[in-house]
Design a protein around this ligand. Structure first.
Ligand code: ADP
Length: 301
């Protein structure tokens, strides 16, 4: 097969591993920078050009679209879908997962356990918004934050009000969330491919830190999931419409709660922690599913 990885940087661990795994299975692997693709949108024959030439004969794409290029990146994926090319994760599912509020609403509607979460636009009734999620301590998150930046634990009502005021002053979008204290600064990353959790790890924040992000000094190791955690992760990925997803779960007293579903999960942390060939499993999934016009949406939004 001829497989295109949509990635801005061929040197990234995840991109390198996907190329390696595909090549080892006898596929022709291309790394294509989505920002360098340009497209013609015509009723009859949609096409994609890259570095002066039309991209043809591609059997499937693996999108690795960073959060900062979601808008253009998903347009490129959608164009491939219009051409009948199979994408491991479809453009609609990627867009859906990038919108945190929309994701939480979709998951809630299907009964997935979530931390109680509030959001508001108006600057009025901050006190009531805080009460709605159970009062302090609570977590306040910037919607466009990644790697734990912009995630704040407000220990008291006063602190929560000050942080909310500050975020509002910056005209930033944010949400407020029940603090799952019993998670003890840990979260679980479940790597879902198709309808299975193929690997999972627990990330623990460094001493005194409630955020478990590796970028914030956290550590990762293999963890055994309960059947409930396993089925929650698989259902969350399915609800989002993702074939490949990183589902982040907190262990709450009342069971697993989903924090986030990531459509381009990094492979380095999970492969190193579990010593599993996740890139190979993504290629296997591609081999099983990629057929011309197999994309369900054909680019429909
Ligand atoms: P990012 O997407 O920037 O990594 P997250 O929402 O995943 O932000 O939050 C970063 C970390 O903070 C999580 O991995 C988790 O350890 C911790 N955390 C986030 N939300 C909560 C919460 N509601 N209760 C307890 N811990 C939380």
């Amino acid at each position: 097969m001829k497989i295109a990885i949509l990635s801005r940087n061929p040197e990234l661990y995840s991109t390198r591993r996907l190329v390696e795994a595909g090549t080892a299975r006898g596929h022709e692997m291309l790394v294509i920078d989505p920002l360098l693709c340009y497209m013609t949108i015509a009723t009859q024959r949609p096409s994609i050009h890259y570095k002066g030439e039309a991209l043809t004969g591609i059997d499937g794409v693996i999108p690795r679209i960073g959060a900062s290029i979601t808008f253009y990146g998903t347009a490129v994926v959608r164009q491939f879908e219009m051409m009948g090319v199979y994408s491991v994760n479809e453009s609609v599912a990627i867009s859906r997962s990038r919108d945190k509020l929309r994701s939480l609403q979709l998951l809630a509607r299907k009964g997935i356990g979530l931390p109680v979460t509030g959001f508001a636009h108006s600057t009025k009734f901050t006190g009531d918004l805080i009460d709605q999620v159970g009062g302090a301590p609570l977590v306040i998150k910037l919607l466009e934050g990644t790697q734990g930046i912009g995630v704040v634990l407000a220990e008291t009502q006063k602190a929560a009000e000050s942080v909310i005021e500050a975020f509002r002053g910056l005209k930033a979008h944010f949400l407020v969330q029940e603090f799952i204290k019993e998670a003890g600064g840990s979260d679980i990353r479940c790597l879902v491919i198709g309808d299975r959790v193929v690997a999972s790890m627990i990330r623990r924040g460094k001493e005194g830190e409630f955020r478990s992000n590796i970028h914030r000094g956290g550590t990762a190791e293999v963890v055994r999931l309960t059947p409930e955690e396993r089925s929650t992760a698989v259902r969350a990925a399915r609800i989002m419409g993702l074939n490949v997803a990183g589902v982040d779960i907190l262990r709450a007293n009342h069971g697993p709660v989903v924090m986030e579903v990531n459509s381009s999960p990094g492979l380095e942390g999970i492969e190193k922690a579990t010593e599993k060939d996740i890139a190979g499993k993504i290629i296997d999934c591609m081999e099983k599913n990629a057929k011309p016009n197999r994309t369900r949406t054909r680019g429909k939004g």
